[in-house]
Design a protein around this ligand. Structure first.
Ligand code: DX5
Ligand code: ZN
Length: 224
């Protein structure tokens, strides 16, 4: 089963409650929450306080993607929110020691841990930590903004991650984020992605939010 994670970044910020109710009623399993600090990425979105309010009105799985320059510190800001998965960026840590420290800190809080890589980062850099990750997030656009064009060439990273998990008997999930619509989602699933993040395709869909979510859910995976 494909896990669909609509990105709240494309919701109507003047009416978040209405959009979250629409998400609650849909078949989407996760809610993707993009945190941007205006430093690691050239945009500022929302942070832990708004997430605490969001968590009060949804029982679904909270999938937080922090695009921040200091993840070791920022993961502590989310202690009061009900986070299920916390994804930070490989490019935001200074060395392998810090990469391990952030993963361990997230796990110590009882939260699933994931690492994301930007388009210019080769996936192999994650080799030393793949055995302890719950998920890897492959960015298929430069992080920072919704509504960008999908970079097809990122799909080879998903193939590599899939082969690695088979060869090493691991079971981390593979998530892809950026420019996902039905066509690109189909390609991503063919390249072994388990979870699809979709912002503008879901929240700005000309047919409906439910139509977008269900179209992505229909891309069933035959095998892992
Ligand atoms: C981009 C964010 C994405 C964004 C995706 O930096 O990480 O989650 O919301 O938006 P779409 O699906 O519109 O590309
Ligand atoms: Zn994201």
């Amino acid at each position: 089963m494909i896990i669909v994670s609509p990105s709240l970044l494309s919701a109507n910020f003047l009416n978040l409650e209405k959009d979250i109710e629409m998400f609650n009623k849909s078949n989407a399993q996760w809610l993707h929450y993009d945190v941007m600090d205006g430093n690691f990425v050239p945009n500022i979105s929302f942070g832990p306080q708004i997430l605490e309010q969001v968590c009060k009105i949804t029982d679904k799985f909270i999938d937080v993607h922090i695009m921040v320059a200091n993840p070791l510190k920022v993961v502590d800001y989310f202690d009061k929110a009900r986070v299920n998965m916390l994804t930070f960026h490989y490019e935001a840590v200074k060395d392998l020691e810090e990469l391990n420290a952030v993963i361990d800190k997230i796990h110590a809080k009882g939260i699933k841990a994931a690492v994301s890589i930007k388009p210019n980062t080769p996936v192999e850099v994650l080799e030393p930590v793949l055995c302890k990750l719950d998920m890897v997030l492959v960015m298929s656009v430069e992080p920072g903004f919704g509504g960008q064009k999908f970079m097809t060439e990122m799909l080879s990273k998903c193939d590599w991650l899939h082969n690695w998990r088979i060869e090493n008997n691991l079971n981390y999930l593979i998530q892809i984020d950026g420019g996902i619509n039905y066509e690109n989602g189909k390609k991503a699933v063919e390249h072994h992605c388990d979870s699809l993040v979709a912002g503008s395709y879901c929240f700005n869909n000309p047919v409906s939010f439910d139509y977008a979510v269900d179209s992505l859910l229909s891309l069933k995976k035959e095998n892992k």
